[in-house]
Design a protein around this ligand. Sequence first.
Ligand code: FES
Ligand code: FES
Length: 162
Amino acid sequence: MRITVTVDGTAYTDEVEPRLLLVHYLRDRLGKVGTVIGCDTGNCGACTVHLNGHSVKSCSVLAVQADGGDVLTVEGLSRNGTLHPVQQAFRDNHALQCGYCTPGMIMQTLDLLAEEPDPDERTVRLGLEGNLCRCTGYQNIVSAVQDAAQRLRGGSTTETPT
Ligand code: FES
Ligand code: FES
């Protein structure tokens, strides 16, 4: 099937198998390897991207379902080498160790903060419950999300010393 999809601001038209998953289209066709595969079964959230403004697990979406749509991946967040505030907050709060979950965590965080610009800890933990991290114990991720929220609201940051 022929699909046309905008990914990180660039329009692509491709012939794809109807069974091709969006995550495989992004990684194997477009080279968007910043979006990663953890489980391939919709459980870990590592593959999270935005489709038409909302987070989706791209291993649970067919590429043909994105036809005519607008996809944002973690690779579309930084501008001219400057990290997005959410990316910078994850970095400053040491919210990653191996980093494998991080692209999905960041994309889910953006969705969460669009819904709730000033989330308390419980809201953050609920909002990220579909994204698993094997390394951090989550506390620094929660701190990063609340820091990112403050940055996006235009407040001062709570940068953690490195
Ligand atoms: Fe998609 Fe785990 S790879 S949810
Ligand atoms: Fe390793 Fe989250 S930092 S899985």
